[in-house]
Design a protein around this ligand. Structure first.
Ligand SMILES: [Zn+2]
Length: 167
């Protein structure tokens, strides 16, 4: 009698365990693919910048590497080199964006980045709408100083904490 009762319980536990393993493996695979995709995008953005100016691109690359090695956050470059047309369109979409002849992105002297970090099963993300205080706490603006990069978080009348430029 007792063994008959235990069997379904064990089977239930095994099934639950299998589901948990599948979810965990799925999540790990997802994070690996996500990180790989970010790496490929970052590489491509840095290559585009290097096409304009290899020295500036190298500075941004060192900056990104230091951020990842020291801050515990991962970097996702969301914008690097922009064409004149892209910048004209951005200015049309939001008049607060830089005009095409002033944009450091068009000159290959700026990157916009997001930061992300996984804590358990959640992913923390720092983006443009995140507060300057949150960005400061990561230590990233301090690392930017090391490479003489101007941080968009220091702009007086435009909130742009994702932006780092060589001016
Ligand atoms: Zn920018």
């Amino acid at each position: 009698m007792a063994s008959k009762k235990r069997k379904p319980l064990i089977r239930h536990l095994i099934n639950t365990l299998i589901v948990l393993i599948i979810i965990t493996v799925g999540y790990v695979c997802y994070t690996i693919v996500y990180d790989l995709r970010v790496r490929i995008i970052n590489r491509s953005e840095l290559n585009d910048l290097a096409g304009m100016n290899p020295d500036y691109a190298a500075r941004f690359e060192h900056f990104v590497n230091d951020v990842e090695n020291e801050s515990g956050w991962k970097v996702k470059i969301i914008s690097g080199l922009r064409s004149r047309n892209e910048q004209i369109q951005l200015k049309r979409d939001n008049p607060r964006n830089a005009p095409v002849n002033k944009s450091r992105h068009v000159m290959g002297r700026a990157v916009d980045i997001n930061l992300y970090k996984r804590v358990g099963l959640t992913t923390l993300l720092l983006k443009k709408s995140s507060s300057k205080a949150s960005w400061r706490r990561t230590g990233v603006p301090g690392i930017a100083l090391r490479y003489k990069l101007l941080w968009g978080g220091t702009y007086r009348n435009y909130h742009d904490p994702v932006h780092f430029e060589i001016n």
